[in-house]
Design a protein around this ligand. Sequence first.
Ligand SMILES: [Zn+2]
Length: 194
Amino acid sequence: MADLNLSFDEMWEKIMACDQTYDGLFYTAVKTTKIYCRPSCRSRKPKKINVEFYHDIEMVEKAGYRACKRCQPEVEQSPNTAIVKAVISFLINHYTQRLVLNDIAENVGISPFYLERLFKQETNETPRAYLERIRIDKAAHLLKNTQLSNLDICYGVGFHSPSNFYRAFRRVKNCSPSEFRNKEGSDENGMGGS
Ligand SMILES: [Zn+2]
């Protein structure tokens, strides 16, 4: 099982936001209850210190955790889930690169046409829109946790023009990167990057 390019804190942010984008890619296991969940589970949130993350459902079960009855992380939604999961893992691990549909299709071994249709059918989004959301999530994480400038973040997460970055950011987060940083950022040393 390939590692997913997400830090503990990033995964923690996803579960606090009940973000469905990452369902099936990792599991939240709670040491105190011995229950594991999807990232999007809406049950009461555990304490951060009691959480560990698994990328693999077999590993989490082997470690003695039981599936949450509410979010049912062990239930695959459809037979196509494995392909869609492979696509999303690929996007998360290659988001900094310039990606075209062909690269993704080649990686999972299906035709670009079939990939686009299948992905849309399973997620209601195109791979391109999904990738954009992953990039904006990464950007939001960096705005919140680092002092990097908006421009550094824009290029760092794989956008090739600031105007695209600002437009995409606003579409996903309903505010500008600077507004987001002011709202969410930690003010450890009070040096905003705006
Ligand atoms: Zn759950």
